[in-house]
Design a protein around this ligand. Structure first.
Ligand code: FDA
Length: 313
């Protein structure tokens, strides 16, 4: 119930404007968001790289409503790709299509993404396209399929929670795609997504195994397993070992600020780990989805609201 409420609130931007003025919120946001600028994220990624892990950068923002906003986000991503190359970082951009204008004009959005993909190709970097709510799944996959023909280094995301995902995965395996498997962070109706978490976890395990099967590997499928769920990660590791899939053929992906202890432990155990680091001022939707995933984060926020830390801004 709490998760559903927080996810429902995550699309009410005016609440975000109010929260922005509350120091306790801003402090908690900083646990999940590197800072306002691309440099703040790239500084974090330099430290992540120094500890043997790869990075991904997300410029926070979604559902822009004008072509100018979409162009501005595109320009930021182009600069991010260049800054990654200039600083010699092991990192890639991970972006949302509605940030690059999918709601405004699908054609303009495709042009914007192609521009970022072109910069990525020139820099020898993969580009990852995030998956948003189920209202966007088909459009995202269609755009991805078209882009993949000319930019095969582009990767996409599937959500284990969605009932349609096994069929989507077959489509993507057939293309030899690179894909991230995540559980799914959006509020969805029960006919579209599994309402019970145990079913989502089981669906995730089945998808994880599918990508490690010989025919998928023979087609060049590359898997990013995005989860902080230790049991699932162990299952991925065991399946890959049993099938003889080398650690270069997949990676574990985690979010900045979540299970920091696990990042380093997995890396030391020989798995490839990528940490996704977001930056920017438009943190509200991202932050509310992180609260919805773990009610303890909300308790932390409320405790700080009623008992502000000494010297708080
Ligand atoms: P689960 O929710 O079962 O959590 C397992 C454990 O992780 C918890 O017990 C807790 O210890 C820790 N944990 C999880 N979330 C936490 C939080 N918010 N705060 C503190 N601890 C937490 N979704 C999507 O719809 N589209 C996308 O493109 C992406 N992209 C993406 C990239 C990366 C790198 C990651 C890691 C995740 C995503 N997601 C996503 C989000 C994903 O769908 C999912 O909501 C979260 O990863 C939480 O689910 P877990 O798999 O971690 O498992």
């Amino acid at each position: 119930v709490l998760r559903a409420l927080l996810l429902a609130l995550s699309t009410r931007r005016r609440i975000g404007d109010l929260m922005d003025r509350v120091p306790a919120t801003r402090r908690l946001v900083r646990r999940f968001v590197a800072g306002p600028t691309a440099d703040s994220a790239l500084d974090v990624i330099a430290r992540v790289n120094a500890r043997g892990m790869a990075g991904a950068v997300t410029y926070l923002g979604e559902n822009v409503t004008t072509p100018a906003q979409a162009r501005a986000a595109t320009a930021v991503y182009r600069d991010v790709v260049e800054a990654i190359a200039a600083r010699g970082l092991r990192a890639l951009p991970s972006l949302k299509l509605t940030h690059l204008g999918l709601d405004v004009s699908p054609a303009a959005c495709a042009t914007n993404v192609a521009e970022v993909a072109e910069r990525c190709a020139a820099a020898g970097t993969r580009l990852w396209i995030d998956m948003e709510s189920s209202a966007y799944t088909e459009r995202t996959l269609e755009l991805y399929e078209r882009l993949h023909r000319t930019r095969p280094q582009t990767a996409c995301v599937v959500q284990a929670a969605l009932r349609r995902t096994p069929a989507d995965v077959e489509r993507l395996v057939g293309m030899g795609a690179a894909l991230r498997v995540c559980k799914g962070a959006y509020r969805e109706p029960a006919d579209v997504a599994y309402p019970v978490k145990a079913d989502v976890d089981a669906a995730y395990a089945r998808l994880a195994e599918r990508l490690l099967q010989p025919d998928a590997q023979a087609r060049g499928v590359y898997a990013g397993y995005a989860t902080h769920d230790e049991a699932l990660i162990e299952r991925v590791r065991a399946t890959a070992a049993a099938r003889g899939v080398s650690a270069e053929r997949f990676e574990i992906q985690m979010l900045y600020g979540i299970r920091h202890d696990l990042h380093a432990r997995l890396r030391h155990s020989g798995l490839g780990v990528r940490v996704l680091v977001p930056f920017g001022e438009d943190w509200y939707g991202y932050f509310m989805r992180r609260l919805a995933e773990r009610p303890a984060n909300l308790v932390f926020l409320l405790r700080n609201l009623v008992r502000p830390a000494a010297g708080g801004i």
